[in-house]
Design a protein around this ligand. Structure first.
Ligand SMILES: [Zn+2]
Length: 445
């Protein structure tokens, strides 16, 4: 959840920057903006590459003083049970979107199998299909151009224009880029800016293809008329996995662009391509740099100030008493006063929290331990008990593992608690080091 949120925000920043850049480059050739959207979408993919799923761990209440349990407010619960629901929803969305994409490929493959050659002697990959409603192309290594059945009656010049359009798509590898963008859309279906970027990519690909056709010498008015004529036969929805000649949704703007004599056409120069790449990297690098460990976040505990230690404070539990049934009670984690003599070498001698006149420390800054990959794989759950001294400044010192769970998780617990900050314990109003036991619960959701 944390990872997804952080990723979504970074992707939003990147895609918003691309949107602004596309607007600023609105007078440039469509090919430039197409490359811009491609770079932005690749950037989003790179942001997602170090896929770090949120730690499926609920720390519950990692540490809880007995005194707080008795009457004060509980520290904020920092674990989350929302992640599994979110992950299920996310994965379900991915599966639906990928199924739609694969169904598109299967459909167009089926059309291709049922198609016949347009010209039996030439152009083996140019076919006529009774099922295709518009000229379209698909495929990477052996791209196929499909014409609708009515194309056999088209005049030669009309056929030629349509052919040039689809060949331009092939030359630009538009099917490949569009399919990759669709796959990204499937993975990040929840992100509206990914949808908008995908739509922008598709629109600019069509415009750039139109520019290529016009650059080949086709008259703009004839070409626009041809597009409208093709669009007249459009019916139903096209499979997602195709690059068609005409889509009714963007037809009007394309015709307007085709007929615009002032419009800049042509392909992006090498310098422009390099500039787009540099721009994309310039946006991407800072976003990558702020990748933080999503599982670590501090909790400031605004609980009521510590009251004098009540007599109910429990005796320290012996390590052997940690029965499995106590592994994950919601409020089980606790700090127990330690009355047993210990071998701490702190100076001055730490006091026990049950000593008369002692106000026990209270955590005010906590860092969650993280699950190790090994422990996750082995599904290790349970408690790590740490004995420590909280010094006069509220720092955790002399941390020792009193009850081990797993070497990796022990280490994680020690590392986390080492960063905790407490209110200093006092005895008769004077800050003193206090002995403590802390249990850290690890639970897989
Ligand atoms: Zn097209």
């Amino acid at each position: 959840m944390n990872w997804l949120l952080a990723f979504s925000m970074k992707a939003a920043v990147l895609l918003a920057a691309a949107r602004v850049a596309a607007f600023l480059l609105r007078r440039s050739p469509a090919d430039v903006r197409h490359r811009l959207w491609l770079a932005a979408l690749f950037g989003v993919a790179i942001l997602a590459l170090p896929v770090r799923f949120p730690q499926p761990v609920s720390i519950g209440v990692p540490v809880q003083f007995s005194i707080t349990t008795l009457g004060g407010a509980l520290p904020a619960r920092v674990g989350t049970g929302v992640w599994p629901l979110w992950s299920a929803l996310w994965i379900a969305g991915i599966l639906v979107a990928l199924a739609r994409l694969l169904a598109g490929v299967a459909t167009v493959a089926f059309w291709t199998r049922r198609a016949r050659r347009l010209n039996p002697t030439q152009m083996p990959r140019v076919l006529v299909s009774d099922l295709a409603a518009t000229p379209l192309t698909w495929g990477v290594f052996h791209p196929v151009i499909l014409f609708p059945a009515c194309a056999v009656e088209w005049p030669a010049d009309q056929l030629e224009v349509a052919l040039r359009h689809e060949q331009a798509h092939i030359a630009r590898c538009d099917w490949l880029w569009q399919t990759l963008a669709n796959a990204m859309n499937a993975v990040f279906w929840f992100h509206p800016l990914v949808w908008l970027a995908n739509a922008g990519l598709r629109r600019e690909a069509e415009s750039a293809t139109d520019d290529m056709v016009l650059a080949s010498g086709v008259d703009a008015a004839d070409y626009a008329e041809q597009l409208v004529r093709v669009a007249r036969f459009l019916s139903g929805t096209l499979p997602l996995a195709t690059v068609p000649m005409a889509r009714s949704r963007i037809l009007e703007s394309r015709v307007r662009e085709i007929l615009d004599p002032l419009r800049r056409r042509g392909q992006a120069s090498l310098a422009t391509r390099a500039a787009v790449a540099v721009l994309a990297c310039a946006c991407l690098v800072p976003l990558l740099a702020v990748q933080e460990d999503p599982a670590l976040h501090a909790v400031w505990n605004a609980a009521t100030p510590a009251a004098p230690a009540p007599p109910q404070l429990s005796e320290p539990a012996a390590p052997a008493q940690a029965a499995p049934s106590t592994i994950v009670p919601p409020r089980a984690a606790r700090l127990q006063t330690d009355t047993a003599p210990q071998s701490f070498a702190a100076k001055p001698e730490p006091v026990s929290a049950s000593d008369p006149g002692v106000v026990i420390p209270r955590p005010i800054y906590k860092v969650e331990p993280t699950y190790t990959e090994d422990a996750k794989i082995a599904k290790i759950q349970g408690s790590v008990r740490l004995s420590l001294v909280i010094d006069e400044l509220g720092r955790a010192e002399d941390i020792q593992v009193a009850l081990s769970l797993d070497p990796g998780l022990d280490q994680q617990a020690v590392e986390a608690v080492r960063q905790w900050q407490f209110t200093p314990g006092t005895k008769d109003g004077v800050p003193v080091p206090v002995k403590a036991l802390i249990e850290v619960n690890f639970r897989l959701l």
